[in-house]
Ligand binder design. Structure first.
Ligand SMILES: NC(=O)c1ccc[n+]([C@@H]2O[C@H](COP(=O)([O-])OP(=O)(O)OC[C@H]3O[C@@H](n4cnc5c(N)ncnc54)[C@H](OP(=O)(O)O)[C@@H]3O)[C@@H](O)[C@H]2O)c1
Length: 308
């Protein structure tokens, strides 16, 4: 009896997962968010690299103009060029700002200004950073500064961007979207990255809450909680467990307009499920990986210092 019930529940869960991750058609986001015949804009933070850059290239391909917001001007310019080459009809606008060195009001005003005279239909709130993996009580001086910057970029700037852009989405009086890039560490924690995991839990909960608030304005709000993705932040080659940025972004966009949270790829969904069923997978058992990541990062930094 119990075995039959488990089989039925398991079968239903597997069918649902297959539907969401493979079979369900994604929304045509341009059709969903475009107001009239004007080509809409997506504003993306952290757009010059990694996941943000993959969002920028993909959304330009899907018919959006792109406001690229990030820290490094030369990387932003290179990214705008790349978009122009891949999607010649897409317009771009670049905004360079260091979220770690600007206060809430300056960040809010900068993104607010970038939205003026543009039909911003979609926000990808993605810029983020982490610290070198270390136990919280063992952070040295430079790692402590990294932790402070992480709270500033992942919490303060993240909120200032929402405060600056959301009024423009609401004022359009038309369907729009917000993707808040959190992380699976928001759900399971991440030893040696306590400040990062805490900041990502903040991203996830704020996303959930404003999703409820903005329902009456027809704004789709999605929290993206992926596991490892191959970028500068996670310097490991993509494999069955580690996604490429374009694959993660495509999987995330499949959920926009349907769910309020997604882990993205099917592999990440299954890994997250495994960590929910057996918490030590994301707890004690991940400590050895974090120690290895720390050792590799320190070796890279030492090699770089030797070259200079
Ligand atoms: N990679 C993963 O495995 C993973 C997993 C889960 C969640 N995430 C989240 O995904 C988001 C993007 O991470 P990523 O892996 O794509 O990292 P990434 O490759 O290092 O890219 C980070 C982006 O954020 C920008 N940025 C960093 N610090 C900034 C600052 N102080 N001011 C303004 N912009 C700043 C960077 O700009 P410049 O480099 O041009 O300065 C870059 O465009 C983050 O929120 C991260 O927490 C990543």
């Amino acid at each position: 009896m119990l075995a039959t019930a488990l089989l039925i529940v398991g079968g239903l869960a597997a069918t649902w997962t297959l539907w969401v991750h493979v079979l369900r058609p994604s929304h045509d986001l341009l059709r969903r968010y475009q107001k009239g015949s004007v080509r809409p804009w997506a504003l993306i933070t952290g757009a010059s690299d990694g996941i943000g850059k993959a969002f920028a290239l993909e959304l330009a391909k899907r018919g959006f103009n792109i406001v690229l917001v990030s820290r490094t001007q030369s990387k932003l310019d290179a990214c705008a060029q790349e978009i122009k080459k891949a999607s010649p009809s897409a317009e771009t606008h670049v905004v360079s700002i260091d979220f770690a060195k600007s206060d809430f009001h300056a960040i809010r005003k900068t993104v607010d200004d970038a939205c003026k005279n543009r039909d911003i239909a979609l926000l990808i709130n993605n810029a983020g950073m982490g610290t070198l993996p270390t136990r919280l009580h063992e952070l040295n001086d430079s790692e402590t500064q990294q932790a402070i910057d992480t709270m500033q970029v992942n919490v303060v700037a993240f909120t200032a961007v929402l405060r600056g852009v959301t009024p423009h989405l609401v004022a359009r009086d038309h369907r729009g979207g917000i993707v808040n890039v959190s992380s699976a560490s928001a759900l399971h924690g991440l030893p040696y990255n306590a400040v990062y995991a805490g900041s990502k839990a903040y991203n996830n909960l704020v996303s959930h809450t404003i999703g409820v608030e903005l329902k009456e304005n027809k704004i789709d709000v999605l929290s993206f909680t992926p596991l490892f993705i191959q970028t500068n932040m996670v310097r490991a080659k993509a494999n069955l467990f580690i996604a490429t940025a374009p694959a993660a972004v495509n999987a995330c966009l499949r959920s926009l307009g349907y769910e309020s949270r997604t882990t993205g790829t099917l592999s990440h969904k299954l890994q997250s499920l495994a960590a929910t069923i057996y918490p030590p997978l994301a707890g004690e058992m991940s400590i050895s990986t974090m120690k290895k990541v720390r050792k590799q990062a320190l070796a890279r930094m030492a090699a770089k210092a030797k070259k200079q």
